[in-house]
Design a binder for this molecule. Structure first.
Ligand SMILES: *Cc1c(COP(=O)(O)O)cnc(C)c1O
Length: 397
C-alpha cells in the first residue's frame, strides 16, 4: 500500500540535497551581543534585537511583576474573556507613542498582515505591492480575493503607472490598497514613503506601511518611518509594526484612525480566534515604550555603531548594497561563497547568517549583519577584523 505521508521525507531530503534546509542553531542563554551558540561563545550580528531591550531590567521586571499580579496566561481570546487591563493600557501607550488616534495589538506581526489585509480588500479590489515586500504581506494579499499588481522595488514612478492603469480600466475597482515595507529586511533600504503617499493620495488609494524594521530604529526616539519623514499622519492609513524586533518582546500592532481599529478587531480572524498574549507580554511592551521615551541613548548608540561599522567595512572594500539602516548586507553574489564566508566568520567567533536563494535572487547572496546598540567599539572591531581575515581568504577584498 502507498504511504500517504511519503512526500514528507522526500521533500525534506530534496531540501537537504540542495542545501536549502534550515539548520537550527541553539542559543544557550539570552540574545546578547556575546552569546553562546551551539556551545561556543560568539559575537551575535544577526538578531533583530536592535536595542537589546530583551535584556533590559525594566522589561524583565515588568514581565515578572505581571505574572505575579495577573498570572502566566490570559485565559481566552481577546474578543471573549482575554482582554486584561494591561492589554488595553499597552494599546493606549502605543497610540500615544505613535501619535495616532488608536492602536491595536495582535499576537504577531504575521497575524496582522495575514488577518487584516484580506479584510481591507476583497473581490473587485486591487492591491499594489512593492516587489520586495515581506512574506507575511504576500500571504495576506493571497488570502484576499483582490487582484494584484506589483511595482518595481522602491519606485514611486512605477507605482504611479500602475495606479494610472487601474484608473484607465473600463470598470473601476471598488478599493485600491498600496502596500509597502518601511525598511526592507534583506537590503536595509528605506521605502520612499512621501512619494508613495503622494501617488496613493492622488489616486484615492489606501496606504499601508509595514514598519517592522523601522520601529525603534527610525524617526524621533524610534517612532518609525512616519516620524522619520515627518509625514502628516493621515497620509498613512495603516501603520503596522511588531514588538518582536527593536522592542525586544513579541506581538504585532497596527495604528491609525479609530475607525481603522474598530474595523480591524471586529474583522480580523487572526485576532478574533487566537488566544491573547499572556499578561507578561503587554507588560514588557509597555516597559519597552517607557525605555524608548526616557532613554534616547539606545537609539543613538545603534546609529553610532551603524555608521562606524559601515565606514570600516566600506573602506575594506566590501559592497554593502543599498543599506541606509542598521541592517547591513555584505553582498557576495554566489550562494556557495556566502556560505563559506559565514562559516569562516563563525570559526573566527562571529555569528552572521548567509541569505541565499530563494530568500534573495540567485546572484544576490549575501551575509546580512544587523547592528545592535549593546555592541561596544571593541566588539565592532573584532567583527571587522574577522570580516577582513575571511574576506581576504576568499579573495573577496
Ligand atoms: C518580522 C516581520 C514581520 C512579522 O512580524 P512578527 O511579529 O515577528 O510576526 C512582518 N513584516 C516584516 C517586514 C517583518 O520583518
Amino acid at each position: 500500500m502507498r504511504d500517504p505521508t511519503s512526500f514528507l521525507r522526500q521533500e525534506y531530503e530534496e531540501l537537504v540535497k540542495d542545501d536549502l534546509d534550515w539548520k537550527l542553531r541553539e542559543l544557550q542563554g539570552p540574545s546578547t551581543p556575546w552569546c553562546v551558540v551551539d556551545g561556543r561563545k560568539v559575537l551575535m550580528l544577526c538578531s533583530n534585537n536592535y536595542l537589546s531591550l530583551s535584556n533590559h531590567p525594566k522589561l524583565k521586571n515588568a514581565a515578572i511583576e505581571a505574572i505575579r499580579t495577573h498570572g502566566a496566561g490570559s485565559g481566552s481570546v481577546r474578543s471573549i474573556a482575554g482582554t486584561m487591563d494591561v492589554h488595553l493600557e499597552l494599546e493606549r501607550r502605543l497610540a500615544k507613542f505613535k501619535d495616532a488616534e488608536a492602536s491595536l495589538v495582535y499576537q504577531t506581526g504575521f497575524a496582522v498582515n495575514s488577518g487584516l489585509i484580506p479584510q481591507l480588500v476583497g473581490k473587485g479590489d486591487l492591491v499594489i505591492s512593492d516587489e520586495l515586500n515581506h512574506g507575511s504581506i504576500i500571504d495576506g494579499v493571497r488570502l484576499s480575493r483582490a487582484e494584484r499588481a506589483v511595482y518595481k522595488h522602491g519606485d514611486a514612478a512605477d507605482l504611479r503607472t500602475k495606479l494610472e492603469e487601474a484608473e484607465g480600466r473600463p470598470e473601476a475597482y471598488r478599493r485600491i490598497l498600496v502596500i509597502t515595507d518601511g525598511v526592507f529586511s534583506m537590503d536595509g533600504d528605506i521605502a520612499p514613503l512621501p512619494d508613495i503617499a503622494r501617488a496613493a493620495k492622488e489616486h484615492g488609494a489606501m496606504l499601508y506601511v509595514d514598519d517592522a524594521h523601522g520601529e525603534g530604529v527610525l524617526g524621533e526616539g524610534g517612532r518609525g518611518i512616519v516620524s522619520h519623514f515627518k509625514m502628516p499622519r493621515d497620509l498613512v492609513h495603516v501603520e503596522m509594526g511588531t514588538f518582536s524586533k527593536a522592542f525586544g518582546v513579541v506581538g504585532g500592532h497596527v495604528s491609525g484612525s479609530r475607525d481603522l481599529i474598530n474595523f480591524a478587531f471586529n474583522k480580523s480572524r487572526t485576532w478574533l480566534l487566537s488566544g491573547s498574549h499572556p499578561p507578561s507580554i503587554p507588560a514588557s511592551c509597555i516597559a519597552a515604550i517607557d525605555v524608548l521615551e526616557t532613554e534616547p541613548e539606545h537609539v543613538r548608540k545603534l546609529w553610532g555603531n551603524t555608521v562606524h561599522f559601515k565606514k570600516a567595512m566600506s573602506s575594506l572594500g566590501f559592497d554593502l548594497g543599498r543599506s541606509e539602516t542598521p541592517i547591513i548586507p555584505v553582498m557576495v553574489g554566489e550562494s556557495s561563497v556566502a556560505k563559506r564566508l559565514s562559516d569562516g566568520l563563525m570559526r573566527e567567533g562571529v555569528f552572521a547568517l548567509p541569505i541565499i536563494y530563494p530568500m534573495v535572487a540567485k546572484d544576490k547572496a549575501r551575509i546580512r549583519t544587523i547592528m545592535n546598540a549593546a555592541l561596544e567599539q571593541a566588539d565592532l572591531d573584532f567583527a571587522i577584523d574577522a570580516f577582513e581575515k575571511v574576506g581576504k581568504e576568499l579573495k573577496m577584498i
